[in-house]
Design a protein around this ligand. Structure first.
Ligand SMILES: Cc1ncc(COP(=O)(O)O)c(C=O)c1O
Length: 495
């Protein structure tokens, strides 16, 4: 049936009514306030959020595109960058900018390394960046946007970057290598010191992606040995080979969404992310990051968050989070058949059943039926957790549901063939990655076509209700592809 075309209403709708509609729509989103979600949202406390909204509101209409007009924002950005450089033991040579998020920071780093190589190594024809397999997907996006070849190196048995594997994949066209502190999929910290030595020896750049851990790791490092989950190896500008770092204030910095930092050891890198157009009819146009207009609210809220929580606030938060992480990690390890993948030292981790013989995706289905929002990883199959302060209160409940889920799947092997478990298993193992990509791309096209209902995905859990406006991967898609396409919604983007 043809859908009514959506237009701007001929007459404005009263604010109350619009806010009611917005609340109604938000009510169908994942229940992060009830701590049932383990990704995408980083929440410190309601009081902190209310304060951030006030700070954000003060700069709601401000635009950091023109720092002459908004000197305030330039000042706030510079202070966020200086505070972050200090956190990472960077001296005055460390310079950088704020960006809209981790992906933009990584895009800019890749662009800067490409431009830097064009300037200093003009013989490189097709620049390459070697990344461990656990590096964030944003590096591939950057490769796609900027025509840089991203070379993937396999991980060591402990899921950390394998320095030797990275070294073997480097070539005369390598412009940089990457390590994560920590990586998203397993929450483990790559051997930054060893990677730094390699980068320095080979004379290439070295980016440390601390997007998720950047505002947590420096505080965890300072906790007492009994509070930490293990020793924290050096991960920042103390390592001589590190030439750039990204860290997201909108993650464990507990700022408003839209705030990250990209830092370089030296203006000789930073200058390569800048863009200046002198011939444009609109005047000379200079911009420091990918965006043109740069929302002032996000910058102000990031500055406000760092100052409001302060060193003592972040330290206290790190201590509390590590206690919660220990509860989850040990709770998971105590469940027969489950193992935590690698040795995560922060509050994000993945667990699977590589040796235990339980279908972990079926375990995920069971948890979802209990109302948990489950994130899945692949190679090996696992479930993923990013913990926030609120997850302390639900730890017992989560772990008891998890234990029950594992027992259920063990005595009901058929569960592995039901629900979404088989499709996740299939997606992870499907040898034809090109086919998966083609169909996920087709799904994106479908989702962004001119039909507002198509912008809302069903989550495949069977919990969807019609008011959520869920779209099924349509009848025109063969069933096997349909299951794959639906799975895209859960397997891919994580925040
Ligand atoms: C290690 C790492 N790098 C980069 C990103 C991308 O950040 P964003 O989603 O803010 O673009 C993430 C997101 O979780 C991450 O964990």
């Amino acid at each position: 049936m043809a859908k009514a075309t959506i237009r701007i209403p001929p007459k404005g709708i009263p604010h109350d009514e619009l806010l009611r509609r917005l609340r109604d729509l938000a009510g169908h989103d994942a229940d992060w306030k009830g701590h049932r979600l383990f990704s995408l949202v980083y929440h410190h406390s309601d009081a902190h959020t209310d304060f951030l909204k006030a700070a954000h509101g003060l700069f709601f209409g401000s635009n950091a595109l023109n720092p002459m007009a908004f000197k305030s924002l330039k000042r706030l950005e510079a202070e966020v960058v200086r505070m972050t450089a200090g956190l990472f033991h960077g001296g005055d040579d460390v310079v950088g900018t704020m960006t809209s998020g981790g992906t933009e920071s990584i895009l800019l780093a890749v662009l800067a390394y490409r431009e830097h190589a064009r300037r200093h190594k003009p013989w490189i024809l097709r620049p390459e960046i070697v990344v461990p397999a656990s590096a964030h997907a944003a590096f591939y996006k950057a490769g796609q946007y900027f025509d840089v070849r991203i070379v993937r190196a396999p991980l060591a048995a402990d899921f950390r970057a394998d320095v030797d594997a990275i070294r073997r994949r480097m070539s005369w066209q390598t412009i940089a290598i990457v390590g994560s502190a920590p990586c998203y999929p397993y929450g483990v910290i790559d051997p930054i010191r060893e990677l730094g030595e390699l980068a320095a020896r080979k004379g290439v750049g070295f980016h440390v992606d601390a997007c998720v851990g950047g505002y947590l790791l420096p505080f965890v490092e300072r906790l007492g040995a009994s509070e930490r989950l293990g020793d924290i190896p050096p991960f920042d500008f103390r390592v001589p080979g590190v030439t750039s770092m990204s860290a997201d204030v909108h993650k464990y910095g507990y700022a408003a969404k839209g705030a990250s930092t990209i830092l370089y050891r030296g203006m000789d890198y930073l200058r390569h992310q800048f863009s200046v157009e002198t011939e444009w009819c609109g005047g000379v146009y200079a911009s420091p990051t990918l965006a043109g207009t740069r929302p002032g609210g996000a910058i102000a809220a990031a500055w406000a968050s760092l100052n409001a929580l302060g060193d003592d606030g972040y330290l206290a938060n790190a201590g509390a989070l590590m206690a919660t992480a220990r509860t989850y990690r040990e709770g998971i390890r105590a469940i027969p058949g489950l193992e935590v993948l690698g040795t995560p030292l922060l509050s994000l981790m993945a667990f699977g059943s590589v040796k235990g013989g339980v279908n972990i995706y079926a375990v995920g289905d069971f948890l979802e039926a209990r109302g948990w929002h489950v994130d899945r990883v692949q190679n090996p199959a696992g479930l993923h957790l990013i913990l926030n302060p609120g997850h302390a209160a639900v730890a017992e409940r989560y772990l008891s549901d998890l234990r029950e889920a594992v027992e259920y799947v063990r005595v009901h092997p058929e569960a592995s063939a039901e629900g979404s478990a088989p499709m996740y298993g299939m997606i992870a193992k499907l040898p034809l990655r090109g086919l998966v990509k083609k169909n996920v791309l087709a799904f994106l096209e479908k989702m962004y076509r001119a039909d507002p209902d198509a912008t809302v995905l069903t989550d495949g859990s069977g919990n969807d209700d019609s008011t959520a406006g869920g779209v099924e991967a349509g009848d025109d898609v063969p069933p096997i592809l349909r299951t794959m396409l639906r799975a895209w919604a859960r397997v891919t983007h994580r925040g």
